[in-house]
Design a protein around this ligand. Structure first.
Ligand SMILES: C[S@@+](CC[C@H](N)C(=O)[O-])C[C@H]1O[C@@H](n2cnc3c(N)ncnc32)[C@H](O)[C@@H]1O
Length: 243
């Protein structure tokens, strides 16, 4: 039986806020069912699938300078959880988030992103940064320091058009677009090859989808995909692809 999770519509948008099982909030389009995070726990998914499985948590704890590329910035949950850890451990972090529809600050405010942070002001800073750019933010590159050692770049563009320019390589890719049937352009051999080009040797691409086609596409692009256990109460298996 499908479990019911409370949702609250955000007027004037197609989105509703959904309270996930760990009490973190995400967005869902009730008409299509497309959601930004797993209903079984948005924050748990972010911490397990992205920070933990990529090795980023461990790197930050041991204060190794770390560079993360996120495909699909979404609400900024992955960004804020990573920044929070980097600031806690006083670790250098370079974070690049690619997003083609950077959500307005007025929507982000509904998500109470500060509730789970050790440094709650990060969420307000992220929201006010987004608000300062106006409702319709033009495509482009936006940069900001969130701490003395934490640099964030938002690449507001379609990821297939992203040009890494002189960007140094990354330790991890958080690969978090919508599902392959919604964003087929990104779950493709050619896009995964591009991800490989921007990863350091030994770097990891992590994602939530483990279906056979995605595993094959990752292999075709030169990754070694591995299924690993998912978060408690969430998906049984998730993906770590090594290069
Ligand atoms: C599952 S959500 C990401 C959730 C996010 N990682 C977080 O922690 O809040 C997927 C995001 O990918 C973005 N997206 C989908 N296709 C894209 C594309 N071709 N280029 C850039 N962003 C894309 C969507 O707009 C959406 O914000």
């Amino acid at each position: 039986m499908r479990r019911h999770r409370p949702t609250i519509p955000i007027l004037g948008t197609p989105w509703s806020v959904q309270i996930t099982d760990d009490q973190s909030r995400t967005l869902i389009d009730p008409l299509t069912g497309v959601a930004f995070h797993s209903a079984s726990g948005g924050l748990a998914e972010t911490k397990h699938v992205y920070l933990h499985n990529s090795g980023v948590s461990e790197r930050l704890q041991s204060r190794q300078p770390t560079a993360v590329l996120e495909v699909g910035l979404g609400l900024g949950l992955g960004l804020l959880a990573t920044l929070d850890a980097a600031i806690d451990y006083q670790c250098e972090l370079r974070y690049v988030g690619i997003e083609k529809e950077w959500l307005a600050g007025e929507i982000l405010e509904h998500l109470k992103l500060d509730d789970f942070l050790n440094k709650p002001s990060l969420a307000a800073d992220f929201c006010s940064w987004r608000k300062s750019l106006g409702k319709e933010v033009p495509e482009g590159r936006y940069e900001r320091e969130f701490g003395p050692l934490q640099h964030v770049t938002i690449e507001h563009t379609d990821a297939t058009d992203w040009d890494p320019q002189d960007e140094e390589k990354f330790d991890a890719v958080y690969f978090d677009p919508f599902a392959p049937d919604v964003n087929p352009e990104l779950w493709s051999t050619s896009f995964f090859k591009r991800m490989q080009e921007v990863l350091k040797p030994g770097g990891k691409l992590v994602t939530y989808c483990v279906n056979r086609k995605v595993r094959q596409t990752l292999s075709d692009a030169g990754f070694t995909p591995k299924r690993v256990p998912g978060p408690i109460g969430g998906k049984r298996e998730v993906m770590v692809a090594e290069f």
